[in-house]
Design a protein around this ligand. Structure first.
Ligand SMILES: *Cc1c(COP(=O)(O)O)cnc(C)c1O
Length: 414
């Protein structure tokens, strides 16, 4: 294993998707690890085993996925430092976020991005404020000064999402990592939207990278899971304990699916990004669209940072998520969303199939209405997850659904 790791370390990201941390099954030569369902492992003598004892703590299928993601996210830990190189898989994205919060002590303070995945904010304020006496400040991190203003002596964690959901705000990871490090504050980045193909928070100095593998990593809308990666051996040891002792681990079937998805992450992201850019540009020129938010467009408020921070094979990219503001309100949005045919009207994102949704009614319904208004999650806001179908088919679908929008005056006459 260790000789193959030093070799794999030099591979490009697209190759790491397939080979990162992997080696054929020593028993059979199988190139994909078997789905190891056994929950327990026979010991030669009490405490003497082959590295596996009970599968909440140790499972070879989960390890294979964890090692692959760890290498993709830029961990260089050796197997001696951490058996899965600092990669940890959980039963959902939220379970993995919970494990990060478990690093904190009761009474600690967390600064989080203001525009967050709805479930993350809900976990913070509806569960951990009460059960763990944590306190949270939500600030717009596109201006790092807002973070400095929010820091107290109890601040122990900065939680970042970039690009954010659903407003696709981009924050400067390097600036935040630097200001946190100087003050001994832990940093974690939810990298679900960008994926390691476009951005590796660890490279910018972050302590922990988090994924909902339900999205791009799994990539086929058929597995729910989460993951953490760290490049710090001591942090890895603490997270390993919390994963084992907390218990919300990714099961062997799901680990297999997650690894299978990871193998094609590179080619999927290439297509997501290519279509994302073409569709965002097309939408920006459509007269039924008031505004397009896409990190790859010069009109994006943090375009300059996005150009440096989000890159596919060295070239700037905006990713595969697009947020649009339609001309009109809830009726126009509803009409548009009822008429798309290839885009499925569904929550979630990052799958091979294109998805479209209405955050105010669907994914962000748990965000209080006033907060949504403050953030700009309005009734004419629609979020697109561009899949890997042919670009022209996707544009044709959006075109016909936009054409189908009946202006309000005309609708009320009939
Ligand atoms: C989906 C998602 C999560 C939560 O992940 P689950 O796997 O649904 O628990 C967290 N962050 C982001 C950005 C997400 O899109």
């Amino acid at each position: 294993m260790s000789s193959s790791n030093s070799h794999h370390h030099r591979l490009q990201l697209g190759s790491l998707c397939i080979h990162g941390g992997q080696s054929p099954d020593p028993e059979t030569g199988a190139v994909m690890p078997p789905i190891s369902l056994s929950t327990t492992y026979a010991q030669k003598s009490p405490g003497v085993h082959q590295g596996y004892d009970y599968s909440r703590g140790t499972n070879p299928t989960r390890y294979a996925f964890e090692r692959c993601l760890a290498r993709l996210e830029g961990s260089s830990l050796t197997q001696d430092q951490d058996v899965t190189f600092g990669g940890f898989a959980f039963s959902s994205g939220l379970a993995s976020i919970g494990a990060v919060l478990d690093l904190l002590d009761s009474g600690d303070h967390v600064i989080a991005m203001d525009d967050l995945y709805g479930g993350t904010g809900r976990l913070f304020t509806k569960i951990r404020e009460r059960s763990s006496a944590l306190s949270f400040s939500f600030v717009d991190m596109t201006n790092p000064q807002n973070i400095l203003d929010a820091i107290t002596e109890k601040t122990k964690l900065i939680w970042v999402e970039t690009p954010t959901n659903p407003l696709l705000k981009v924050v400067d990871l390097k600036a935040i990592a630097n200001l946190a490090r100087e003050r001994g504050i832990l940093t974690a980045c939810d990298n679900t939207f960008a994926t390691p193909m476009l951005q590796r928070p660890i490279d910018f100095g972050f302590d922990i990278t988090m994924h909902s593998i339900t999205k791009y990593i799994g990539g086929h809308s058929d597995v729910l899971g989460g993951a953490l990666v760290t490049n710090d051996a001591q942090l890895a040891e603490r997270i390993r304990f919390l994963q084992f002792a907390g218990g919300a681990v990714l099961g062997p079937f799901d680990s297999y699916l997650a690894l299978r998805g990871t193998k094609t992450l590179n080619v999927r992201m290439r297509q997501h990004c290519e279509s994302g850019s073409a569709i965002a540009t097309w939408l920006e020129n459509h007269d039924k669209i008031e505004r397009v938010v896409f990190p790859g467009l010069p009109s994006h408020p943090q375009y300059a940072i996005a150009q440096q921070q989000m890159r596919y094979k060295g070239e700037p990219t905006g990713g595969g998520m697009i947020t649009i503001f339609l001309r009109g309100g809830i009726e126009e949005s509803r009409c548009f969303l009822e008429n798309v045919q290839i885009f499925a009207l569904a929550e979630s994102l990052g799958g091979v199939e294109s998805l479209i949704e209405h955050p105010a009614i669907m994914t962000h319904a748990s965000v209080p209405a006033e907060r949504r208004a403050e953030l700009g999650i309005s009734d004419n806001l629609v979020r697109l997850s561009v899949g890997i179908e042919e670009t022209d088919d996707l544009i044709a679908d959006l075109e016909q659904a936009l054409e189908a929008i009946v202006p309000k005056e005309a609708a009320s006459i009939s």
